[in-house]
Ligand binder design. Structure first.
Ligand SMILES: [Zn+2]
Length: 371
């Protein structure tokens, strides 16, 4: 019950438009996936996400496994019913969080042992267990356990992490096949640090194992944007054209448009939600700090032509007041706009790709930012 079809492409770049079919509905690519780490996209309900046009959201294996745990989510037959979201869900494998959040993560052939960041309890995440947990969450798109590497890292460190990532990918694939979870998809994650030849090797090794789609992990970890684009630029063409390509943890609207131009289809990032809670709003002309005193008596909506719930109903002065007063409604209204902005931005980009007007769209996008 998983498929990917390309329905349009740009003749001036590698940008393409597609449709991913899952058992919880279709996903039109390119797509932005709001991040719902703990089974909630912070500050908004599933209904509000739906109204903002979200087609797929991200859940986090590491966090949900630790809290509330599979036993509870299993009683709801998965995350969809637990959080009242009936559309597709992608779950990451937890690899990234183990390395960034958990204490004393130790890697062995078996998997990663770590101490919970919540209560210090000891756990092992193995490739098999990661598949088990994601099956219990009934994730539509599961991710393989991978070994993330910090930036900067030596060639030897990157090579070792790549070798482990390939081994774990093989075991994830086997566990996935054994679980008989035919209706869910499994994606492999390309690693290799900032070394272009290692990225190519990782992509080839994963393609030999064969996955439903391929992700590029370990980008946007502190490297300069030019380097991120260079690595993506040389990795994306190595991945099969007929499968979805997901660049993990990215990013700004500028990075998204540049990666779509290079053939990427899927994105996730905490930027719209996290920045909304800090009062930073995304608009067509660039980012806006709602706390700025120039908005204190501004009766206009945040963006006059934005069709989001927030802009249809509230003024800049009100949003500024809520934010300055630390009213809880500020987080909700700001998040609704930012999510809508990202989803709508990429939706318009998709329409341009289908009409083969991607380059015009890209020029206009940058033109508005320079105003
Ligand atoms: Zn809006």
């Amino acid at each position: 019950m998983f498929s990917f079809d390309i329905v349009g492409h740009s003749t001036e770049s590698q940008a393409r438009a597609g449709v991913i079919k899952t058992s919880h509905g279709d996903i039109e690519t390119p797509i932005f996936m709001p991040v719902g780490t703990l089974g909630s996209v912070k500050a908004v309900s599933a209904e509000e996400l739906f109204e903002a046009g979200a087609q797929v959201i991200l859940g986090n294996t590491y966090h949900l496994y630790l809290r509330p745990g599979c036993e509870i989510i299993g009683r709801f037959n998965g995350l969809h019913r637990f959080m009242h979201w009936s559309k597709p869900i992608l779950t990451d494998s937890g690899g990234f969080q183990v390395f960034s959040l958990a204490n004393l993560a130790r890697i062995s052939d078996e998997g990663v042992t770590f101490q919970s960041h919540i209560d210090g309890s000891k756990h092992l995440l193995s490739p098999e267990k990661v598949i088990d947990i994601q099956a219990c969450l009934d994730s539509d798109i599961m991710m393989c356990l991978d070994q993330c590497i910090q930036y900067p890292a030596t060639r030897e460190q990157c090579r070792a992490a790549l070798a482990m990532t390939t081994e774990w990918a093989k075991r994830c694939k086997r566990a996935y096949q054994d679980s008989g979870n035919g209706h869910n998809a499994l994606f492999g994650i390309v690693q290799g640090g900032m070394f272009v030849d290692l990225r190519r090797q990782s992509a080839e090794e994963l393609m030999d194992i064969e996955f439903n789609g391929y992700a590029i992990g370990g980008l946007s970890v502190g490297e300069p944007v030019e380097l991120m684009l260079e690595v993506a630029d040389s990795t994306l063409p190595e991945l099969p054209k007929a499968k979805p390509r997901y660049v993990m943890g990215i990013g700004t609207p500028e990075n998204i448009i540049e990666l779509v131009a290079r053939g990427a289809d899927m994105f996730d990032c905490v930027l719209p939600t996290r920045n909304a809670r800090n009062g930073q709003m995304f608009t067509q002309t660039g980012t806006v700090n709602i706390s700025n005193s120039r908005y204190k008596d501004d009766t206009d909506p945040l963006e006059t032509d934005c069709r989001c719930y927030t802009c249809r109903n509230y003024s800049r002065a009100y949003l500024r007041h809520l934010f300055m007063a630390r009213e809880l409604l500020a987080y909700r209204l700001n998040t609704i706009h930012n999510i809508f902005y990202f989803i709508n931005f990429i939706k318009q980009m998709r329409t341009a790709i289908v009409a083969d007007k991607f380059e015009t769209f890209r020029r206009k996008f940058y033109g508005k930012r320079e105003l």
